[in-house]
Design a protein around this ligand. Structure first.
Ligand code: SF4
Length: 324
């Protein structure tokens, strides 16, 4: 695999989490990267490391701060687990992230991939960290049809000396060359790639059946009354826990003052189309405080919104700037 490590050392992207391979930075970066591309993650990672540079600062941070730093990355359970994980590391490992993979997996939110990434990249252990990129690359390179074999076979390809370079090169290959549509012409391992030699690169990796997407349409009503805006209180549990939103499908009789741009928002198996409208009622009837709260525009800046409603908030700000 020398050809792969040479290619990687020459071509690797300059990513901030590669500069400092301490276990905390690797942990944060790998969790952020689980559902999101590297370019999107960079500013989030940099902001996070500035605000919460180590385990102690994360463990002491209020949940609202952690969620605000995560706002826009989606899958907020990851952020909540980082907070729980930091407390667990302080309590069980005296604030030091362990190098042992089994111990790493006892930490909330750290599973097989993240434990492998921390052990490989921060502690230099000879372990392949198999994410979707590595799965795609190795499945093709060795024509593996069984996903369960990928980690074992990828590990066999790691050298004894500096195994993390090849482990990371595998990720880079999947992310930049051996993508869904592979760029075989520029691939450094083309000559030894079994899928290329057998013309099977588009057939592998074998994929499981796709989950059907559910399409939803919602009318979002922004209620403005005396410079305050009505928000739906966040749910306590579930994937939308702790996230603020404007009321959806809220019954009202007032004239719609303005319609903001439509927003499309996808998460898990849902694709939601949000149609936002603004109303300025003159009187407000009874509002159930268990369900709704009032916030000024200024105070809303400190709240964490779901992705679609964050964009609506931005459009609302732009609209009000024009109006005032
Ligand atoms: S030759 Fe093509 S299929 Fe094989 S590893 Fe390279 S990019 Fe992937």
């Amino acid at each position: 695999m020398k050809v792969l490590s040479d290619w990687f050392l020459k071509n690797k992207r300059a990513l901030p989490w590669r500069e400092k391979r301490d276990p905390y930075a690797t942990w944060i970066a790998e969790v952020m990267l689980q559902q999101t591309g590297a370019l999107v993650v960079i500013p989030y990672f940099e902001r996070w490391m500035k605000a919460l540079p180590d385990i102690e600062s994360l463990a002491a941070a209020p949940k609202e701060t952690v969620l605000k730093l995560w706002e826009g990355l989606g899958y907020y359970s990851r952020a909540r687990n980082l907070l729980k994980g930091a407390a667990y590391i302080i309590e069980n490992f005296q604030g030091k992230i362990p190098s042992d993979r089994a111990l790493l997996q006892t930490i909330p939110g750290i599973g097989p991939y993240t434990s492998a990434a921390i052990a490989a990249f921060s502690f230099g252990l000879r372990i392949a960290a198999v994410d979707a990129n590595v799965n795609r690359f190795i499945s093709r390179f060795l024509t593996l049809e069984n996903k369960a074999l990928v980690e074992q076979e990828a590990t066999k390809l790691l050298p004894d000396k500096d195994p993390s370079i090849v482990a990371e090169a595998m990720i880079e290959m999947g992310a930049t060359i051996c993508r869904k549509k592979p760029n075989c012409l520029e691939c450094p391992v083309q000559k030894s790639c079994l899928a290329f030699l057998q013309k099977r690169q588009y057939e592998l990796p074998l994929t499981s059946k796709r989950v059907a997407i559910t399409y939803l349409k919602k009318t979002v009503t922004i209620v403005c009354f005396k410079d305050q805006f009505m928000l739906k209180n966040p749910e306590k549990e579930g994937i939308m826990a702790d996230l603020w939103e404007f009321p959806s499908d809220f019954f009202h009789t007032e004239e719609i003052r303005y319609k903001l741009p439509i927003q499309k928002h996808s998460f898990t198996r849902y694709c939601v189309t949000l149609t936002p409208q603004i109303i300025f009622p003159e009187v407000i009837d009874f509002i159930d405080k268990r369900e709704f709260s009032w916030y000024s525009l200024e105070k809303m800046k400190n709240l964490t919104f779901s992705a679609g409603h964050k964009r609506i908030l931005k459009d609302l700000n732009d609209y009000l700037k024009q109006e005032l």
